[in-house]
Each structure stands twice: as C-alpha cells, then as structure tokens.
Design a protein around this ligand. Structure first.
Ligand code: OAD
Length: 237
C-alpha cells in the first residue's frame, strides 16, 4: 500500500442520518413524503413555488434541531491535522460539516442556509422562511429568492475544482451515499483512473460498490472515527 498525500472525501445523506436528517431514497422511493420531481426540479419550482419553498423552509428550520455526529467531527479532525491536500466534497445541503469545523469543504449541491436571488443573481446567507417572499439583501427586490440548491437538471457547483482534486488525489473515500446521482457517483471512477486508492464506507453497498478497492459496511458514526485514527496514525488507508 502506497503512502498517501492528497485525499478527496465525498459524503452523502448517510453521514447525517445519525444526526436525525432524513436520507433521500427511503424504501418507499419518496423523499419525506414527496416525489423528487415535485420538490427538487426547476420545473416544480415554476409550477408550484409555494410547495417547494415550504418544503425547503421546513428542512432549513429542522437544521436548528440537529447536531454534527461523530463522523462529521472525525472528518473535521482529519481536516485540521492532515498535512497534505484534502478536499471534503459533500452532496449534503445541511450545515453539519461546517458546524463540526471542516474548512476544506465544498457543497456541490448547494446549501439550505443560502439564498439565490433570481433578480440580481446574488447568493446570500439565509436562515429564515422563503415562502414569505422576503427581500433580497443585495437588490432588495421582494419575492425573488429561491433555495440555493442544485436541483435535478442543474449543474453542480465547483465541478472544475472537484475534477482537479480528483486528478491529484491518491486516496478517494466515499461515505454515506447511494451512488445513484451523477456526477458524484462517477467520482470513484475518475479517481481510480488517475491512480487513487478508493474506499467506501456505507450502511450497505452503494450502486457503484464494485468500483471501490475496499468497502466497509456499517454506520458512519462507527466507521469514520476509526478510519480517521488509522489515517492519522499510519498515513495509510
Ligand atoms: P441517498 O439517500 O440516496 O443515500 C444515502 C446512503 O446512505 C444509502 O446508501 C444508505 O444506505 C446510507 N446510509 C444510511 N444511514 C447511514 C449511516 N448511519 N451510516 C452510513 N451510511 C448510511 O443519499 P445521497 O446518496 O446523498 O441531490 O443522495 C444523492 C443526492 O440525491 C442528494 O445530494 C440529493 C438527492 O437527490 C440533490 O438534492 C441535487
């Protein structure tokens, strides 16, 4: 096993499950009672903005009731102590990695606590309710804010930075994601093509599980802290 310098970590909803945040793909195929195309597409927003705003307002409000778990905290510790390059790419729109203290962090699917103004294109921190049609803090137009979240059919954020990190990493780790949504689901193949070792930690095998050199099955809150200690003590995955 070779020494590692540069690490890319991808996280999904599974890392926040033990904090009490619902994952996306439940056994009934619904996301908290909604079909994904009714709440997570630009078409849904155009059709029924009130339903979509209420849905994300509820999720944003719930953030105030949940807390980072042992897996978020362990990744923040790794971020603080790892001397090489490290990039934590999360698909999650919650702020639990941020609150745990991760700084080399990128939200590729946007953030619940951010608003995007459709009038002036500015993004601003946002913690209230959008369904009420508040004014944009930049251009002051009311009723033009939408959740700063990447919906189906939209381009994830900072793909160039992610691709660059994937081309340089020698360890790629995927945590708590079903591997059902591209482009994130394809990161393992890019990293592996570029020579990285690849590890997945998930409750059950993801859709692309066979792409990984190693799979560890279990709860993120158990697996991730142990893995972080391994990496910090040996520098090896
Ligand atoms: P999913 O809900 O598709 O998958 C969550 C994964 O986490 C599943 O494979 C679970 O088995 C696993 N899991 C659940 N609890 C776990 C635990 N305690 N420890 C470890 N793993 C656990 O969520 P994502 O893969 O994140 O996109 O979904 C990807 C994207 O689909 C989301 O970012 C979202 C959604 O549509 C957008 O909003 C654009």
């Amino acid at each position: 096993m070779k020494d590692i310098q540069n690490i890319v970590i991808l996280t999904g909803a599974g890392i926040s499950a033990e904090s009490g945040v619902a994952t996306f793909r439940g056994p009934d195929g619904l996301w908290e009672g909604h079909r994904v195309e009714d709440v997570a597409t630009p078409e849904a927003f155009a059709r029924n903005s009130e339903l979509v705003q209420n849905f994300y307002d509820q999720r944003r409000a719930r953030l105030k009731t949940v807390h980072p778990n042992a897996a978020h905290k362990a990744l923040a510790k790794l971020d603080a102590k790892w001397p090489g390059e490290l990039l934590l790419v999360t698909q999650n729109v919650d702020d639990l990695h941020d609150r745990a203290g991760s700084t080399r962090l990128l939200h590729m699917h946007g953030e619940l606590n951010s608003a995007w103004c459709l009038a002036c294109d500015a993004r601003s921190p946002f913690e209230g309710e959008m369904a009420e049609g508040p004014a944009c803090p930049h251009c002051h137009q009311p009723g033009r804010l939408r959740p700063d979240i990447v919906w189906f059919g939209e381009m994830p954020y900072q793909m160039e930075r992610i691709e660059r990190a994937l081309s340089r990493c020698d360890l790629f780790v995927s945590i708590g994601t079903s591997g059902a949504v591209y482009p994130a689901a394809g990161f393992v193949q890019t990293a592996r093509y570029n020579g990285a070792r690849t590890l997945e930690m998930n409750l059950d095998p993801s859709e692309g599980s066979f792409h990984f050199h190693e799979s560890r099955m279990g709860r993120a809150g158990d697996l991730v802290p142990d893995w972080v200690e391994e990496v910090l003590s040996h520098g090896l995955c």
